[in-house]
Design a protein around this ligand. Structure first.
Ligand code: ZN
Length: 370
């Protein structure tokens, strides 16, 4: 029986038992997929900042667990109910795919009434489940990953490299959501606070959405030069400039009265007052990086009122943003060097070293290639 043959299969995963505990390679059984599931052989998985937050215990995550949600892979088994991807392209075993970092199956007030499936109560995310429970493989740092019902699957074009494709389902799609919320118009001046992967894509998307001037701010000098390749016209080193001088530099560049939009993707709450001061009257401010609890900061709310500032928080993304993220990368891969963002690769057994380097920010985006 082929079923019995499948039952005998096992695969490896990098499991951590508690925050900061060493990663251990463990074997779990692979079971045949149910009709509404898929099994993917992971080809690449990148370490997102939120994986590091989970690993370091800054946000709750079930343990023992398999981290990783920026994943791509090749369909190994496909349930009989899954015939097409979210765009309607037929799916078959052997196709290379990406999929939404979150999934939800069932009744959902936010999805059905407010068109916010990403905020369904009880929404689950890949890389956030117990490794010991069926189907074991629900994270990226493993040889396989199950795709469960309520996930949006998207076929990847052959032309796209793994390095370009892997960050699409978290970092890139999130930035489509953030830059959409910032309502960037042709001719706008845009400030991006934080030039990690999110910020680099933020600069590129701001330009692609028609911004005339993009200013990137970061405290890591090497990232300033990289940002110039991703559409930043000017960069400011937040470590070398005082807060007041950073604001002044932005306002000098954004005549006549400050930036049209500011995007926060640095995860540092203390930059919020600066962002408010950089904006013109009627400016838009989108916070996307403050994803961990306790991001307390004191602001003068009178600035928001007096300057008519639109302040928005964005978390996760709508399924449409996943399609837009893929199409943005495909359409702009000659203009911006997306491939260079994934600047280091590690085998599964070296996941600890990859986490260390990503945590120290000595690499931009570390990839695990199982
Ligand atoms: Zn992520």
């Amino acid at each position: 029986m082929s079923g019995a043959k499948h039952m005998a299969r096992t695969a490896k995963a990098a499991v951590y038992d508690a925050p900061r505990a060493p990663f251990v390679l463990k074997e779990y059984p692979l079971r045949p997929v149910r009709s509404n599931e898929a099994l993917v052989k992971v080809t690449m998985s990148t370490i997102c900042r939120s994986d590091i937050h989970s690993y370091e215990g800054h946000r709750p995550n079930p343990c023992p667990g398999i981290l990783g949600h920026e994943i791509i892979g090749i369909i190994d088994q496909l349930g009989s109910d899954i015939k097409k991807d979210m765009r309607g392209d037929p799916l078959k075993v052997g196709d290379r795919i990406t999929w939404s970092e979150y999934f939800f199956h069932g009744d959902c007030y936010y999805r059905d009434v407010h068109d916010m499936p990403q905020k369904c109560q009880g929404v689950r995310k890949y890389g956030h489940d117990l490794a010991e429970e069926d189907p074991h493989f629900l994270g990226g740092f493993a040889e396989y990953c199950y795709i469960l019902p309520g996930t949006w699957i998207l076929k990847l074009p052959d032309a796209l490299s793994d390095e370009e494709a892997t960050p699409i389902n978290c970092g890139v799609a999130t930035m489509v959501s953030v830059t959409e919320a910032a309502e960037i118009q042709m001719g706008d001046t845009v400030v991006v606070q934080g030039l990690g992967l999110l910020g680099l894509y933020g600069c590129a998307m701001a330009k692609a959405r028609g911004a005339r001037l993009v200013i990137g701010v970061d405290a890591v000098e090497s990232r300033l030069a990289i940002a110039k390749n991703f559409g930043a016209d000017h960069t400011l080193n937040a470590k070398k400039l005082s807060s007041a001088d950073t604001v002044k530099a932005v306002r000098d560049l954004c005549q006549p009265d400050g930036a049209d939009a500011v995007i926060e993707v640095c995860g540092e709450p203390s930059v919020v007052p600066q962002g408010l001061d950089m904006l013109r009257v009627g400016g838009r401010y989108v916070l996307g990086g403050l994803v961990s609890p306790g991001a307390n900061v004191t602001i003068d709310a009178n600035v928001i009122v007096k300057k008519w500032i639109q302040l928005r928080g964005i978390h996760n993304y709508h399924p449409r943003h996943l399609i837009q993220a893929l199409d943005f990368v495909m359409a702009n891969r000659d203009r911006f060097p997306f491939k260079s963002i994934v600047d280091s690769k590690f085998p599964l057994k070296d996941v600890a070293e990859a986490f260390r380097k990503a945590s120290e920010r000595t690499v931009l985006r570390a990839a695990i290639v199982p």
